[in-house]
Design a protein around this ligand. Structure first.
Ligand code: ZN
Length: 111
């Protein structure tokens, strides 16, 4: 049986800082956004066949944005706005300028 593509990656939630502009008051501020990060594993499980290996070869680490909305940090605005200036899927080799903020483990949400 072929290996599920999920097994190509180690998956975890990470918070990253981004500068966003509120479309209502146009103020820029730094926001922490949640991403689901899938990092390519170093190795496939040993039961991988040739097709799995070919797919794995092409797979790239990437992350998916979980937050679609941000609440404006300007106290005189405070409106929620849609995050439009950021891609929702980013390959990690293209994301060198998106630095991790605090890193959450798998218990995220259970605090
Ligand atoms: Zn605002």
């Amino acid at each position: 049986m072929a290996i599920d593509e999920r097994e190509f990656f180690d998956e975890r939630q990470e918070t990253r800082k981004h500068t966003l502009n509120c479309p209502h008051c146009r103020q820029a501020a730094e926001y922490e956004l949640m991403w689901l990060v899938r990092r390519k594993k170093r190795q496939l499980p040993s039961r991988a066949d040739e097709r799995d290996r070919a797919k794995f070869e092409k797979a790239r680490s990437y992350m998916v944005r979980r937050d679609d909305l941000a609440g404006c940090k300007n106290v005189r605005c405070r409106k929620r706005f849609e995050i439009t200036g950021l891609q929702s899927v980013v390959f990690l080799d293209e994301a060198a300028n998106a630095r991790p903020a605090d890193v959450d483990d798998d218990n995220f949400g259970n605090r």
